[in-house]
Design a protein around this ligand. Sequence first.
Ligand code: F6R
Length: 235
Amino acid sequence: MRLIKVKNYDEMSERAAMLIAAQVQLKPDAVLGLATGSSPVGTYQRLVDWYKAGKLDFSEIRSVNLDEYAGLKGTDPQSYRYFMEDNLFSHVNIAKENTYVPNGTAEDLVAECGWYDANIKKLGGIDLQLLGIGNNGHIGFNEPADCFIEGTHLVDLEESTIQANARFFDSPDEVPRQAVTMGIGSIMRAAKVLLIASGETKAKLIEHAFAGPVTPQIPATVLKLHPDCTVIYCE
Ligand code: F6R
């Protein structure tokens, strides 16, 4: 695991975008595992800028997102599908049919989870997985638990996650209580993992978590076992 501490959010975003751009150039039909939230916004902005400057081509890229809120349609501005369209997909030449975000309104969410895993397999697995980290150590929406969950699953969000994500909603009551998330297995099978985090609390969490043992109580610690994981973070 490479831990790279940088000066600020801009430098974190620049470095992360450079690694993703390198992946896109090395393998034009790569499968990118993508995240939402505040952490990757600056990274996506740079990828959009470089695309507009003619430096990147997403026409053959495939993408799979980590998670989606249960019950939100992709057209809902709070949904993660909407976030991806707004921050990346609609600004670059990725083919919409090659972008996958779990369907949080599927009638049968268990079947949707099974389909999502089968699809990742069909795509040939993830070449580069981008991750953020929750204040409780979650990756994707794999919340602290007694064991790591392998596959895509429906999860009850922790109160701390609901509170943290309430900033994107008019009130905490509007934050969905459940989400569909990729499991630890798909994340760990990605050829490369890139985790980004910013802010004093997250910087402390990263330094504490990655110095300690692997435990499902801090899900991100599993990344210590990944053969090619880069963590770029700042205070
Ligand atoms: C988002 C995701 C979450 C976030 C994490 C950090 O798709 O999977 O694990 O990465 O909650 O969120 P931010 O970046 O908003 O602090």
